[in-house]
Design a protein around this ligand. Sequence first.
Ligand code: HEC
Length: 244
Amino acid sequence: MIKKNKIHIGFFALTFIVMLSSCSSSSDSPGKEYMPDMYRSPAIEAYVDYGEIQGRENTEVKARISARQTPKYTIPYYGVNKKEVELMLPNKRKAGMTWRESHGLYGWDLDTESGYENARLDTINPLTMTAQNAKSILKEGERLYEAMCTHCHGEKGDGNGTMIQSGAYGDLGVVPAYKNLDTLSEGKIFYSIYYGKGYMGAHGSLLDKKEIWTLVHYVRQFQREGYGNFEEKDESDSKTTDSK
Ligand code: HEC
């Protein structure tokens, strides 16, 4: 009986000592931490390159974004509206291999040759503009454009965005005015927004295909007087004769 009590006392004393030993005299210190990794897990941000942290390089993860693409051939659910689903199906034109390095297209389906030249065959915007939807398409286009493009391309599409004006863009070259590209096919406009071009990054992971085709309409409106204005003329302005 006595022996058992002694064991109990010994056990409590030991626990007490262990507990006390984890205390610290500084009131700011949390004392001994048994599992610091659990209390302070590293905050991993999506889309951040963790290959180079404070001069230390990790070539295995360098130039790769942390948020990954979904597995290959995953088809997102876009509802049951057939037209909308068709619009959202994977892009049949692939970007060239060189885009991977310069435009961060890791894990994308790439081709050895650039599909840009072939993109002129996609001259027709599948998001057809009619007198009924023209206003809402251009309004949505404006919203997207102001959020993602104005800082480079400018409110008027003249290539003089706030980043150019402030000098933040640096001397990377000129952002073209849309007016000077008015022979560009809708397919190429789509392709360039989707995969990026020159110093313009790829927007394919930021915008869905419907949004990009909406922007194609919005870009056209800078290029062609009265584009999307169905009030005076009845015939669709969106039917274009693309040459380039
Ligand atoms: C970082 C600045 C920047 C942003 C942001 C940007 N662009 Fe561009 N854009 C450029 C530059 C630079 C070019 C010229 C690329 C070249 O021809 O080398 C360009 C070219 C284009 C072209 C012509 C493509 C071609 O095939 O000649 C279109 C159309 C275009 N941008 C639309 C957009 C739209 C729409 C957005 C918003 C979703 C956007 N851009 C966002 C800088 C930008």
